[in-house]
Design a protein around this ligand. Structure first.
Ligand code: SF4
Ligand code: SF4
Length: 396
């Protein structure tokens, strides 16, 4: 389930010792405490903002059960404490219970990031028995009509509500993940209430970030400035009102920011994920940057890749920066923003992320976003292995 990323650990110093001494820039950064495992790109949903690459890994390329178990053991050995089973839809893998059990046996905290539509009560119980620690379920809206249309999957919303209920009955902590955009932002107050009613601990209000499938669907998803301002007010009010009941994380679309987000905590500093085919990536969208060669768990150890991979070292730290980042006072705060967005919008991943007001492209893209937000394009290009399917004019 690849619509939003889990929280990135901020302090990795405890695991620094597990890396061998090296002169690489990675010496400064310990292995992250939490790692995202995209165990498959298969998914019955077709969300138009999916953060999976446009070129999806087919099932024949996926790591086998034994290979994923080896990855889990290796992660535990090098100091990782927590794994997020994600995708695609992780429950599409028949061996998920076995993988969760293995993760638990080697001492990893396990989180399932799921669209929930493939789960049965029995399988969720099996996952809990195998040691699953936490469940995150994505919602596309508050009612079937819109939610199922966004997901491109009939009956999905009803099933998600059911699985959320089972999750709490099994005493597993629940996070609701709501990906927000122009076509569902008006439902935010009810989504907040739904999260309370479902007894979730946490709600992630994640405005769409525009790369991969979302970039293809930008004109249909981009919120207006007025919507975004209302969204921020709603979140602030709810945070105050629901203190101690529901924690709310909030991600703003960076086209409307003046400074870019510290994407992934900085390239190769605090985060990596593993793709279905076993590539170790500095971020889930990194393969969209052409010309970078990502190493696989099949050919090298994960600690070696983290420390030595050319792709990780290319944009680590600040040495690779051009102006205006190179001499900017914020360069060690935001690390120049998102490399994938810089590549997608400027053609060069070493450029300043155009989300930054100091980028020469910022004004152009902001104006374009405003035009798209006010425009009439509402049809989605659904995410699938065929390279996308355009929604019918009548919304089917
Ligand atoms: S299509 Fe939707 S549910 Fe499936 S992986 Fe992408 S964002 Fe997640
Ligand atoms: S110029 Fe670069 S370092 Fe400075 S704020 Fe913008 S993105 Fe960050």
């Amino acid at each position: 389930m690849s619509d939003v990323l889990p929280t990135i650990p901020l302090d990795t110093s405890d695991s620094l010792a597990v890396l061998e001494k090296s002169r690489s820039t990675a010496e400064t950064f310990g292995i992250p405490l939490a790692v995202l495992l995209e165990i498959t790109h298969r998914c019955p949903l077709q969300c138009p903002y999916c953060s999976n690459p446009v070129e999806l890994d087919r099932s024949g390329k996926e790591l086998s059960t034994e290979e994923w178990k080896k990855v889990l053991s290796e992660l535990a050995e090098i100091g990782v404490l927590q794994v997020h089973f994600s995708g695609g839809e992780p429950t599409a893998r028949k061996d998920l219970v076995e993988l969760v059990k293995h993760a638990s046996d080697v001492g990893l905290y396990t989180n399932l990031i799921t669209s929930a539509v493939l789960l049965t009560r029995e399988r969720l119980g099996d996952l809990a028995d195998a040691g699953l620690c936490h469940v995150q379920i994505s919602f596309q809206g508050i009612e079937e009509g819109l939610a199922d249309r966004v997901a491109g999957y009939k009956g999905g919303h009803r099933k998600k509500l059911e699985v959320a209920k089972w999750t709490r009955e099994l005493d597993l902590p629940l996070t609701v993940n709501a990906v927000m955009h122009r076509q569902n932002l008006h439902q935010l107050p009810e989504i907040i209430q739904m999260s309370v009613d479902l007894d979730a601990d946490r709600l992630e209000v994640a405005n769409v970030q525009y790369y991969g499938w979302a970039l293809k669907n930008r004109a249909a998803l981009m919120p207006t400035v007025a919507q975004l301002e209302q969204c921020t007010r709603t979140v602030e009010e709810a945070r105050e009102r629901l203190k101690g009941t529901l924690a709310i994380d909030y991600v703003v679309p960076d086209y409307y920011a003046l400074r870019p987000k510290k994407c992934m905590g900085g390239w190769g500093r605090q985060f990596f994920n593993i793709s279905p085919a076993g590539k170790v990536l500095p971020c889930h969208a990194a393969e969209s940057i052409t010309g970078l060669d990502f190493e696989s768990v099949r050919s090298n150890s994960i600690a070696w890749i983290w420390r030595n991979s050319e792709a990780f070292n290319r944009y680590r730290g600040t040495g690779w920066m051009k102006e205006p980042c190179k001499t900017c006072e914020f360069r060690e705060i935001d690390f120049g923003g998102c490399r994938c967005q810089a590549f997608a919008l400027t053609g060069d991943a070493a450029n300043t992320d155009p989300a930054c007001a100091l980028s020469p492209l910022h004004e152009t893209i902001f104006k374009q976003a405003e035009r798209e937000a006010e425009g009439e394009t509402n049809r989605f290009l659904y995410r699938n292995f065929a390279g996308g399917t355009l929604e019918d004019e009548n919304g089917a």
